[in-house]
Design a protein around this ligand. Structure first.
Ligand SMILES: C[S@@+](CC[C@H](N)C(=O)[O-])C[C@H]1O[C@@H](n2cnc3c(N)ncnc32)[C@H](O)[C@@H]1O
Length: 204
């Protein structure tokens, strides 16, 4: 599937019905999701690979990964209502995925080790400081490589946070348009500069 076609397919997916600001429920924009997935495809980290989408929300990345030939895709989100939207989106795309309602910090969830690739658009920590940290921690336990979307300017933090656990392999800049969703949004639309960061776990 070409990048443009993937983007068009992802544009059609339903979004959060009643998004929660405290969970930073912003659907990953189709162009950003397609960019991340294509990057993973080109690196050999998507096709025929087992994929985990942390904080899958409405399932944009989950559905896209399955469409691009992942052998299995699992999505996890703390919000059961978001998971319902993701399940409906998966049916709409005709893809098969496993969805789990749970907290990425929950150590009892059977997520560690078995995945080739983790994809994620974690909360940036705008509402709850350090909300992205449990995502990075879980991602590095769950998969060998991680493709994550982070606020531009987060690299020095990521670099020090993953020290000894992973290395940064590449960084791709993108624009993340956020439409007016919550009462504290003043503009109709605002473009947030983000970076798609590829982390590779250091194997012991
Ligand atoms: C920026 S959104 C990701 C959106 C998703 N990629 C999509 O396209 O709909 C962040 C997601 O992380 C979820 N989330 C926040 N904290 C979480 C946690 N501790 N464990 C699991 N999911 C969490 C939110 O519910 C939200 O769906």
């Amino acid at each position: 599937m070409k990048l443009k076609n993937l983007e068009m397919a992802l544009e059609k997916l339903n979004t959060f019905e009643r998004p929660r600001a405290d969970l930073e429920q912003y659907q990953t924009p189709a162009p950003v999701a397609a960019r991340l997935l294509y990057h993973a495809l080109m690196q050999g980290d998507l096709e025929d690979r087992s994929i985990l989408d942390l904080g899958c929300g409405t399932g944009v990345l989950t559905c896209g990964a399955a469409m691009m030939g992942a052998v299995s895709v699992t999505g996890i989100d703390i919000d059961a209502r978001a998971i319902q939207v993701a399940e409906a989106n998966a049916r709409r795309c005709g893809i098969s995925a496993t969805f789990i309602t749970g907290d990425v910090s929950d150590q009892t969830l059977p997520l560690d080790g078995p995945f080739d690739t983790v994809i994620m658009n974690p909360p940036f920590g705008a509402q709850k400081k350090h909300a992205d940290r449990p995502f990075i921690d879980r991602a590095l336990l769950a998969g060998k490589v991680v493709y994550g979307i982070f606020n531009q300017g987060s690299l020095p933090f990521i670099q020090s946070y993953i020290e000894g656990r992973a290395t940064i392999e590449s960084v791709v800049a993108a624009a993340f348009p956020i439409k007016k969703t919550f009462s504290f949004h003043k503009e109709r639309i605002r473009e947030i500069p983000v970076e798609i960061v590829l982390l590779r776990r250091i194997e012991a």
